[in-house]
Design a protein around this ligand. Sequence first.
Ligand code: HEC
Length: 318
Amino acid sequence: MAFQNYRWGTAGIGGMFGLSMTITLFFPSFDFRSAESTWVGLDKSMSNGRTIGFSYEDPTVTGQGKPLTVILNKDPKTGATIDPPVRAYVYRPGTPFASPLNHPDNLGPTVKRLSIDKGKIDQAVKAQGAVFTINHADVNGEEWAYAENASVTRGWTVDAALSTAGDANTKYVGRGKSIYIHEGCWWCHTLLPEHTQDWQVFGTPPYLGDFNGEMPTAFGSDRKAPDILHVASRNSSREWMMMHFFNPRLVQPNSIMPRFDYLWGRVDVNGNPIDFSTWRKEYTAYRKGERPYPPEVPEYARNAEIRALIDWVLTSLK
Ligand code: HEC
């Protein structure tokens, strides 16, 4: 039989394929564009930077080209006290902007309008770098968070923001999230408390607008360990995190979590080589009951991967 005899069938299948493609590709854009970003959504996307998944900019997901999150208790321009301190997101010249800064549609209609009209985010230039903050505005009696380009609205320069914060208040949050991904923490942990008893143990499940522009979200799907979305609000101790990452058995004797001591790198904060084998010998002796205390966990170097990971855990996950 000639092919033409099937033309109704062919047209029907073509039509159905077209319709399903329209639904798949086009309809979600209504959802994305109408979801308004929350403070959490703005914080996550601006501290993580443009890409966090596998990309040509950072193919091995080592956290290159990320912004820095700084905690400011003084205005970098005027020196006036800021109380309570605010977070700012420092994009040094050339650091790729987070997707909602490049594509404000991702912020949702109201947050987009506020971020452009009041926040001047469209005036930021990647080659020059910029400092962003999150501000709040009242629209018809409702409070909204929006992104602000503080380099334009407050005259905050990249250098002034970094030197005002100093090393102690500079957090490598974006790089830390990359480490969470390349170390595969998501095989065991989730970042998604659910609408179940989770509420009581792991805290509030996220809102839709908490994810605008976050890429990837790294929810995790199968939980073998606690949800850590809000871990910093139940445990904010950097010392505990250091011990737990160096060897989880130091704080949880039967933990199944692997040790991440290699994230310390080769040298400690003073530039001295870390002697892992002596550490392990002493630790084994401690486990056998041959010494009363475990060996001390080395202080990490300023640019160690573990610092970035702990910065992400303690700064971003609240
Ligand atoms: C093999 C599974 C596994 C992997 C992989 C793993 N963890 Fe864990 N993690 C656990 C378990 C189990 C716990 C519960 C406490 C314990 O046993 O140490 C835990 C506890 C934690 C806690 C404290 C949670 C709380 O509620 O106080 C944090 C933070 C954490 N892990 C972060 C990480 C990060 C970051 C990575 C990746 C670098 C990682 N974990 C990789 C299993 C894992």
